[in-house]
Design a protein around this ligand. Structure first.
Ligand code: FES
Length: 577
């Protein structure tokens, strides 16, 4: 095995080690013969569907490692579900958990002297938090995805026509429609029972699947590992495709150790560009911008938000997945998964085919056996580059301007603005709940630009997702007529005319803090600008007269969020600590 130093376990007879191993139920003599000691890490909980299969997968990995002559050692971490925290006072723990999970995995891995690492991901941030310790420690390793939720279906009502492609987004928007009196209780009740038959992450191109796609596209997950369903239903074992990924991932790990191939040999600048291209082509969540910057920092790759824009702006949208299309992630999996999209992108020169992957082969070699779109025949889940769902430049764009001197991230999900720009009058709110109240009371009219501020990385703290607001706007039919700008962020479920990650944030003195009711704001996707239409002298006067510090209730000293607020950087830099 190349470059795998003896670990604590392989030298068990020295000093007190055999005492410790025996007391923990291990045989010291057997430990000396191990060919690898592997951290098997992941954020596990039985509290929610996104990560509740992680422990089972970790156990399967330990068994598979044992069959290869190694020992898997478990490392746990907290698993935060956005579905359980969004819109609540605990929403800030979501993004903050990214660093916490990465730190837990690094700590456990180093403390137990392991030589390699397999990380099981899950809900949104755990996708980034899986890649971060691999890049940070550069231990041999790769990522396994627990899987996404199988889509649901209903046989009557307005959602029947979508077939077996219903996801949490359909349910959330139906609920908002019911609150607005547009949809009946019966329909919502039927959706609630049918929408998610089992475990798994939110089932389309939302943040968790965006991050699994990135892990695969960057080369740190086996092909077709980003899209499998987690199980068959809530009472079943994990899906057979997950079991196959587990076995293949352990084999791949041994291959990586034999070849001396480490994460930073794989996560190169070219690999990051492959991830950016694939995320844009598939209509990924805006959160990937934050997360990829954080992973790049760990990998020592000098990625910037401007580079993400430069690479992404030439990529057309070709995967017809929710929230911009009708299909669920499992529909793509049945077709062949992310490799089908990447094959089309590679054939049109968008990807670096020579990038190395955890298979020990290059991306181009991995994709050799993947069918082309022509070979797949009639289907409309993945569209050809020559006839895309939306031309390049119509999904995510990085904006700058006097409202976002560092940057902001616009999500259009393939839409083109009717007049090329969106110009509207500001409705200003200091919290998500105040905004929600105003939308529900009918106090947000078409033509408005809703400004939600003081919800940034340090201000909230934890930069919560404004998904309740975007769902409410969609459910009330205002998604195309009202824009939303915020120093918070969005869920992958969110769609509309959305500008998030406005930085500097209000709590750091950013100009979003000086916007007043009725000010005119212009979002210009072509010029890539976010502009407060005010005389520069008035902007300067307002900036000079505010203190720009954090508002909101005091943070308990020593709490996770208190520490986070002190350390976190701007969204422009990925909110890294
Ligand atoms: Fe966990 Fe969506 S809430 S993936």
């Amino acid at each position: 095995m190349a470059d795998t130093p003896k670990s604590y376990w392989n030298s068990a007879r020295e000093g007190l080690r055999s005492v410790e191993l025996r007391a923990a139920g291990f045989d010291p003599a057997a430990a000396e013969k191990l060919n690898a000691v592997v951290t098997v890490a992941g954020p596990y909980t039985n509290a929610h569907r996104c990560n509740n299969r992680v422990r089972r997968i970790a156990d399967l990995l330990v068994e598979a490692i044992a069959r290869r002559g190694g020992q898997g050692l478990l490392v746990g971490a907290p698993a935060v579900s956005d579905a359980l925290t969004q819109g609540t006072a605990h929403a800030g723990y979501s993004l903050a958990s990214r660093e916490l999970v990465a730190d837990c995995i690094e700590t456990g891995h180093q403390a137990q002297h392991a030589q390699a690492m397999i990380v099981v991901s899950g809900c949104d941030k755990s996708g980034a938090a899986a890649l971060m310790p691999l890049a940070r420690t550069n231990a041999f390793g790769l990522v396994v995805y627990p899987g996404t939720s199988s889509p649901g279906r209903v046989d009557s009502g307005p959602w029947a026509a979508k077939g077996e492609n219903l996801t949490l987004m359909d349910y959330a928007e139906a609920r908002a429609g019911r609150d607005a009196g547009r949809i009946s209780d019966d329909v919502v009740d039927k959706l609630e029972r049918c929408i998610m038959p089992g475990s798994g992450t939110c089932g389309a191109m939302f943040t968790a699947n965006t991050m699994s796609t990135i892990a695969e596209a960057i080369g740190m997950m086996l092909p077709r590992g980003a899209s499998h369903p987690a199980d068959y239903d809530a009472a079943s074992d994990v899906h057979d495709d997950v079991k196959a990924q587990v076995r293949a991932s352990v084999d791949a790990l041994y291959g990586l150790m034999a070849a001396g191939l480490r994460p930073r040999d794989i996560m190169t600048p070219q690999a990051f560009e492959n991830a950016i291209v694939t995320a844009f082509a598939m209509g990924g969540s805006t959160n990937f911008v934050l997360h990829l910057l954080a992973v790049a920092r760990e990998a020592g790759v000098p990625l910037t938000i401007e580079r993400i824009q430069a690479v992404g702006e030439r990529v057309p949208l070709i995967a017809s997945l929710q929230p911009h299309g009708p299909y669920a992630m499992v529909s793509l999996h049945r077709l062949g998964g992310v490799p089908v999209v990447m094959k089309e992108l590679l054939e049109h020169g968008f990807l670096h085919g020579g990038a190395m992957t955890v298979t020990g082969r290059t991306l181009a070699q991995n994709l050799r056996a993947t069918p082309t779109l022509a070979q797949l025949g009639t289907q409309d889940v993945v569209w050809p580059v020559a006839r895309p769902i939306a031309a390049a430049g119509n999904h995510i764009s990085v904006l700058k301007g006097n409202l976002a001197p560092e940057s902001a991230v616009l999500k259009l999900s393939g839409k083109t603005l009717e007049r090329g720009v969106f110009r509207g009058m500001a409705r200003v709110f200091e919290s998500e709940s105040d905004t929600l109240q105003a939308i529900r009371a009918g106090n947000v009219r078409p033509g408005s630009v809703v400004v939600v501020r003081n919800v940034g990385p340090a201000g909230a703290p934890g930069m919560p997702e404004m998904v309740m607001l975007t769902i409410e706007l969609q459910g009330r039919g205002l998604g195309e007529q009202v824009a939303l700008i915020t120093d918070g962020r969005f869920s992958g479920v969110s769609h509309g005319i959305l500008v998030g990650h406005v930085s500097p944030e209000a709590a750091k003195g950013g100009p979003i803090g000086i916007v007043r009711e009725g000010d005119a704001i212009v979002i210009d996707p072509r010029a890539r600008t976010l502009t407060l239409e005010l005389d520069p002298t008035e902007i300067a006067r307002r900036l000079a007269s505010r203190d720009g510090s954090r508002v909101g209730p005091p943070l308990r000293p020593g709490s996770v969020l208190d520490k986070y607020a002190r350390l976190v950087s701007s969204a422009h830099y990925g909110c890294v600590l």
